[in-house]
Design a protein around this ligand. Structure first.
Ligand code: HEC
Ligand code: HEC
Length: 264
């Protein structure tokens, strides 16, 4: 017995090596397969930024974000009308009269409040009052938008408040800054217009000749500018110089206009 026991527990060196290798083989194989699997997955998910299709796909994925960013950076926020603000934010309380809110179009609910005046109502709507949350709970609304919503609601209840208009857009500011300058127009006149307007060639009204201009001044500066721009009868468009920048033409017209007694 002792002998056979010893035989069972004692292995030859070859047996030891074989069993060790066999024992290690299974886990090694498993590790190898796992590594292959992970590498395979990574390969699949690695973005292929080289192919056209892949780039298009990527661009279309980031596009909405990029467009939004561009929108934010370059275009001024378009302010909503009073009705739009009301329909989006204020209606939830003011249509049903929730929390004691004065109901839309209910003159009785609003009568006492309207007496406070437009400015006070706007102030209360912006800052909030009792159960009325500041800006109706939408902090993104501008003062102008709230004021418009207040006018919309108040006017529906019988008031006649004048809602604030949109802030002057950049284009308007530009035109204002491009107000024609008669002082700058003198040199342009000398170079482009004097040939006819200094002498009265072909019936051109002479510069500074109030009688020749008096009937024309009634069109106002804008009317005269339009006719000088487009040409009229003997007056060629832009005085015949198509390359003259509009701003220069405007200054020259302003010069003729003020010399003739017109007020810009
Ligand atoms: C969460 C509900 C709620 C929302 C949303 C809400 N209101 Fe009100 N509002 C009230 C309540 C309640 C009152 C009455 C407050 C009081 O006088 O006690 C009120 C009152 C007002 C008044 C009268 C204030 C006064 O001085 O009498 C104005 C104006 C007004 N709201 C404008 C707005 C505008 C504009 C919006 C949307 C931008 C809006 N509300 C959204 C609940 C709301
Ligand atoms: C080739 C000649 C000629 C040149 C150059 C000329 N004009 Fe005239 N212009 C005329 C004549 C002719 C009239 C009168 C047209 C008419 O009412 O029959 C006139 C009229 C005008 C009027 C009045 C238009 C109206 O509605 O009554 C303005 C303003 C004017 N010119 C501006 C200019 C300016 C600014 C320039 C230079 C950039 C210029 N003109 C160059 C011939 C010229």
């Amino acid at each position: 017995m002792a002998d056979s026991n010893a035989k069972m527990t004692q292995a030859t060196p070859q047996e030891v090596i074989i069993s060790v290798v066999a024992g290690l083989f299974a886990p090694l194989l498993a590790i190898f397969l796992i590594v292959q699997l992970v590498l395979g997955i990574q390969q699949e998910h690695k973005p292929d930024t080289t192919s056209d299709a892949a780039q298009k796909a990527m661009l279309s994925r980031i596009k909405p974000v990029a467009q939004l960013a561009a929108l934010d950076a370059n275009t001024p926020k378009v302010e909503k009308s009073g009705q739009e603000v009301y329909d989006a934010v204020c209606f939830s309380c003011h249509t049903p009269g929730a929390l004691g809110a004065p109901k839309f179009e209910n003159k009785g609910d609003w009568a006492g409040r309207l007496g406070q005046g437009y400015d006070t109502l706007i102030k209360h709507a912006i800052e909030g009052i009792r159960q009325m949350p500041a800006r109706g709970g939408d902090g993104d609304l501008s003062d102008t938008e709230v004021a418009r919503a207040v006018a919309y609601m108040a006017n529906a209840a019988g008031a006649s408040f004048k809602a604030p208009e949109a802030a002057a857009p950049a284009a308007a500011a530009e035109t204002a800054s491009a107000k024609p300058d008669p002082a700058k127009g003198k040199a342009i006149y000398d170079a482009n217009c004097a040939a006819c307007h200094a002498t009265g060639v072909a019936g051109a009204p002479k510069a500074g000749d109030k009688a020749a201009w008096s009937a024309r001044l009634g069109q106002g500066y804008a009317g005269l500018y339009a006719n000088a721009l487009n040409g009229i009868r003997g007056m060629p468009a832009k005085g015949g110089n198509a390359d003259l920048p509009d701003a220069d033409l405007a200054n020259a017209v302003a010069y003729l206009f003020t010399e003739a007694g017109g007020k810009l």
